[in-house]
Design a protein around this ligand. Structure first.
Ligand SMILES: Cc1ncc(COP(=O)(O)O)c(C=O)c1O
Length: 477
């Protein structure tokens, strides 16, 4: 083999790897032949041969007078997960007994964690958090004052109100209440809207923390069919609102956990008119809204709300750090009741973490971090989709979120992902089995897998191992 051969093969293999890792996505243009020669320090002939090889293997296509474009990826052929066809009837929400175990186990640092929807905690923003804490604990007067006011630290509410404009929400900082994370914001909102036995509507596949809140309040839930791309069905929601007295609709509007769906703007307006028509309320959990891969911050459902019936909840847990426990709620009509609930339950929040979050936003670090994190997450998501396309059995269905932190995998119906979870757990690998995400048992052949952390060889091996086990289980049908 000549040196020229080895070089062009090396170059094409490196480009295939980059396509698999999501550095080039389907439809992306590869650098020009001349540009690539310069970039890779090889001759034009070598690049021509490498590109020809990629074309021959079906990775790229030539577009006349334009260049080489990425054509195929292993993930491309995977279908989206299915959506339940029917509305469930209202039934007491029941969270899986596994939730606490999974939550506890996923904290183990000795396991490969493909389970928890955590941001990448090795990103530079984490040391910014640490440094800001140190600086502000020395320089701020937070410990000289007593309790924080129940509404929350003013500088943080101001930053939140400013940032909300990007989501199309125009509120005064006085309309924002800080909370202990997003979970607390949702729980406070639901607690003022409902009493035990009431009915609420939620996504058919939904974050287990939300199911737990609904269960702990003794509520009944109707699971509204939710599409992995476009979210909750408005037709089904309209039907449910006609049929039952629904005290609140609870949903995650962008890059929902675990499905990854985002509600399109026209549906957002429709949902708000349904809520107004039935004089009920919507709790919008927008915890992933800032994590759009393309950087485009979609409008919040709250931005279509003119009657104060959309209660908007979010936090920095998925963007900066979950340990800050900084969240917020814009309760619209329910402002006084939510504020009272916060006061009764917690009196107020610690001031220092609120100052830290506000400072990071005010100094522009938050936006800088988001630009960096979104691109990393875009690549890591694409890489995981490729791994799944390559190593999981044929027929596997997979979500294709445009932001957020996790993918939803639907296996063949006979696969029991709780059993899979237990086998993998013994091998030091954690996934989040489907039974955590629904009260109806409809998701027991699915699981959630997260992509925020870098794909180290160990993590790649873990994904391959999940694929091997799924192949084994497929053969045992
Ligand atoms: C949709 C959703 N809402 C709320 C939470 C909890 O957020 P926080 O940690 O800010 O309380 C999570 C965490 O995974 C989530 O995925």
């Amino acid at each position: 083999m000549s040196t020229q051969n080895r070089l062009y093969e090396q170059l094409s293999l490196s480009l295939i790897e980059q396509i698999k890792q999501g550095r080039y996505l389907t439809g992306d243009k590869l650098p020009s032949v001349r540009g690539m020669a310069k970039q890779a320090h090889v001759s034009i002939a070598t690049v021509n041969s490498a590109y020809a090889m990629l074309e021959e293997q079906g990775w790229v296509e030539v577009r006349l007078k334009s260049g080489y474009y990425v054509k195929r990826s292993a993930a491309e052929s995977l279908n989206r997960p299915t959506t339940p066809e029917d509305l469930s009837t209202p039934r007491p929400a029941a969270s899986s007994e596994l939730v606490m175990e999974v939550q506890h186990e996923s904290a183990s640092i000795n396991a490969v964690n493909l389970c928890t929807a955590l941001p990448d905690l090795t990103m530079p923003i984490c040391s910014v958090v640490q440094k800001t804490f140190t600086r502000l604990s020395r320089t701020s007067n937070s410990l000289l004052s007593g309790y924080d006011s129940p509404i929350g630290e003013a500088s943080l509410r101001q930053q939140i109100a400013r940032r909300a404009v990007d989501a199309g929400i125009f509120v005064s900082p006085e309309a924002v209440i800080t909370s202990t994370g997003c979970q607390n914001a949702v729980a406070m909102s639901l607690s003022v809207l409902t009493k035990p036995g009431d009915v609420i509507a939620m996504e058919s596949t939904c974050y287990y923390g939300l199911i737990q809140i609904v269960e702990s309040f003794g509520l009944k839930a109707i699971e509204i069919p939710t599409h992995p791309d476009t979210g909750m069905s408005t037709d089904a929601l309209a039907l449910a609102l006609e049929q039952w007295e629904i005290k609140a609709v609870l949903l995650v509007s962008a890059f929902s956990n675990p499905l990854g769906c985002t509600i399109p703007d026209d549906k957002k307006a429709e949902i708000v008119s349904l809520i107004n028509k039935h004089q009920t309320f919507l709790i919008e959990d927008d915890i992933y809204g800032d994590l759009a891969f393309d950087g485009g911050r979609g409008k919040a459902i709250k931005s279509f709300d003119s009657e104060g019936r959309v209660i908007y909840c979010s936090s920095v847990s998925k963007t900066i750090h979950p340990q800050l426990r900084i969240g917020w709620v814009m309760p619209g009509q329910l402002f006084d009741k939510v504020l009272h609930t916060k006061y009764v339950n917690t009196v107020s929040m610690p001031i220092l973490p609120q100052l830290v979050a506000a400072d990071i936003m005010a100094q522009g670090m938050y936006d800088r971090h988001l630009r960096y994190a979104r691109e990393k997450y875009r690549q890591r998501c694409a890489q995981l989709r490729e791994l799944i396309g390559e190593f999981f059995p044929e027929g596997t269905r997979l979500s294709n979120p445009q932001g957020g932190l996790s993918l939803w995998v639907e296996c063949a119906r006979h696969i029991d992902t709780t059993a899979l979870y237990h086998i993998l757990r013994e091998q030091g690998i954690r996934i989040a089995p489907g039974e955590l995400f629904s009260s109806t048992g409809d998701s027991n052949h699915c699981f959630r897998i997260t992509f925020a952390s870098p794909w180290t060889p160990e993590r790649i091996e873990a994904v391959k191992r999940v694929g091997e086990l799924l192949h084994l289980q497929s053969q045992q049908e």
